[in-house]
Design a protein around this ligand. Structure first.
Ligand code: BYC
Ligand code: FE
Ligand code: FE
Length: 473
């Protein structure tokens, strides 16, 4: 469905004039925000080979063309309604899903939607300076693809706020454009979305690990009894896959290039930095940083918020249908807690442990990605391996934030931590080194920066040396 309307959509926006007008008032504010806080440079001077959703069906969601970023057609697309859908979990299991917001759940639902919405523009802000140091034209295009789609995800949440939350929803829609990642006075809501993303190693780790939190949160919201939220998030998930692909393959390409350099040195030295490469210990440190920061996004291990969301049908578990018990009123979860300087296991009611249940599923998914990176090392004949640090390592929120732990989960003293944290997390000098490799954009079709290998294939069947970003005539 190619739409000539100002706001492309599959929600029959023109039938609701009030809503349409409200969104058309928000649209120029969004574009102003995009121009101010979206990708620096490349905006009016370049056209980018981008995927745009013009419909929610299999044909419509991936339409490729050259576009100027500020003219990208951010639209509102919901997955098709599921016939006779019923609530899949919690105290209202089996009831019909809601097409409107029940009064008693208005606040928590709005809060979930605002929190989800806030991460989308935050990530664009975090990544805004990366274009000028891109390792290839292909990567530059992928960065911008991720950015415009995060912009669309913001649209998705603002649509829900405007449609279902009246005046408050419109105010929240405005506030989403006012907070700024990393700003002391008006920061973004969740911790990780205020952390700086200063180079492409950060970026690939962010899209590998932080976008993957997005996948898991969206899967949990897709179970919601509030059907419009479920349908919106289901469609967002189709776009999310590419974001994680960019991260996973980005790191795999770096690992591959590092292996090549090590082989060229033929055991004489292991210092790939002398060849302008990125050494495995530094890759591991960036992995440690973004994995632990992303674990924080699941919330506290023991959470009454999570229990209430579940009881009330607002937020379920990933693939809820795979569980036998959809109520979890009597079940328990065995949680590791720190008591008198020791880690011990204690049972907590399952409903209160759901953030940890999500974290378990997420960690399992990350491990699969790690295995693919390690296969690259194996194929090149190296015995070194990358690993996920323990979930207690370097946490800023939840039970384990109160004590320092090493990457294997062992409790440390504060002095130990101070003395050793530079072994496990990127130090100032690591960051300086990585930034020194990335001072200018590689802007020539098919060419790659020295520290990264080429991708296996191009985008949408195009060759790797396709002109993915074009200077405006
Ligand atoms: N930072 O009961 P608790 C994505 C707050 S990423 C700051 O432990 P709860 C994307 C919490 O709000 C997916 N504050 O946690 C990725 C609460 O505040 P109150 C984003 C935090 O509420 C890449 C208090 O601490 N989507 O899409 O069960 C690029 C105690 O909370 C944090 C969502 O997050 C934190 N890390 O769960 C682009 C889904 N953690 O009540 C996009 C919506 C907790 O004391 N959000 N707090 O004032 C949620 O489902 C939940 O809010 C959370 C937290 C999972 C985040
Ligand atoms: Fe997103
Ligand atoms: Fe994403």
């Amino acid at each position: 469905m190619i739409s000539s309307e100002k706001i492309p959509n599959n929600v029959n926006l023109k039938s609701d004039r009030r809503l349409q007008r409200a969104l058309e008032r928000w649209q120029p504010r969004f574009v102003d925000w995009w121009k101010e806080m979206g990708p620096a440079g490349f905006q009016d001077t370049h056209r980018v080979y981008l995927r745009t959703a013009i419909g929610a069906d299999s044909k419509g969601w991936a339409h490729f063309d050259y576009v100027r970023m500020p003219e990208y057609r951010w639209g509102i697309f919901l997955a098709e309604p599921e016939k006779d859908r019923t609530i899949g979990f919690g105290d209202f299991e089996g009831d019909e899903v809601w097409q409107e917001v029940p009064g008693e759940f208005r606040n928590p639902l709005r809060r979930l939607i605002v929190t989800q919405g806030d991460t989308e523009p935050a990530s664009v802000e975090q990544q805004r300076l990366l274009g000028s140091s891109c390792p290839s034209m292909y990567d530059l295009r992928n960065l911008f693809q991720v950015n415009v789609e995060e912009g669309r995800h913001l649209w998705a949440m603002v649509y829900l706020l405007h449609s279902y939350f009246g005046r408050d929803g419109r105010d929240e829609g405005d506030a989403l454009l006012e907070r700024r990642s990393g700003n002391e006075d008006k920061p973004r809501i969740l911790t990780t979305f205020n952390e700086p993303v200063t180079n492409w190693l950060d970026f690939y780790m962010f899209t590998m690990f932080t976008d993957r939190d997005g996948k898991y949160q969206l899967l949990a919201l897709a179970e919601s009894a509030f059907d419009p939220l479920s349908r919106t998030t289901r469609f967002m998930l189709t776009e999310e896959a590419h974001h994680m692909f960019v991260g996973e393959t980005g790191i795999a390409r770096i690992v591959s290039r590092t292996c090549e350099m090590l082989k060229e040195m033929d055991g004489v030295s292991e210092d790939v930095r002398s060849k302008g490469g990125i050494d495995l210990p530094t890759i591991q440190k960036y992995l440690n940083r973004w994995f632990s920061l992303s674990l924080d996004l699941f919330g506290g291990e023991v959470s009454s918020n999570a229990a209430n969301y579940f009881a009330n049908g607002l937020k379920g578990r990933v693939k809820e249908e795979k569980y036998d018990d959809h109520k979890e009123t009597d079940s328990v979860y065995s949680m590791e807690q720190v008591r008198d300087g020791r880690v011990v296991s204690e049972e907590v009611p399952m409903r209160n442990a759901l953030n940890e249940v999500h974290r378990d599923a997420y960690i399992g998914d990350c491990e699969k990605g790690l295995a693919r990176w390690n296969r690259v090392l194996e194929k090149h004949g190296f015995s070194d391996r990358l690993y996920l640090p323990h979930r207690r390592f370097n946490r800023q929120t939840g039970l384990y934030a109160e004590h320092p732990f090493d990457p294997w989960g062992k409790l440390l003293t504060d002095d130990d931590w101070k003395a050793r944290s530079d072994e496990w997390l990127p130090s100032e000098s690591d960051r300086k080194y990585i930034n020194s490799l990335q001072v200018e954009a590689v802007f020539e079709p098919g060419r790659m920066a020295n520290w990264i290998g080429p991708p296996r294939r191009g985008i949408n069947g195009r060759p790797i040396d396709f002109e993915y970003v074009r200077v405006e005539e």
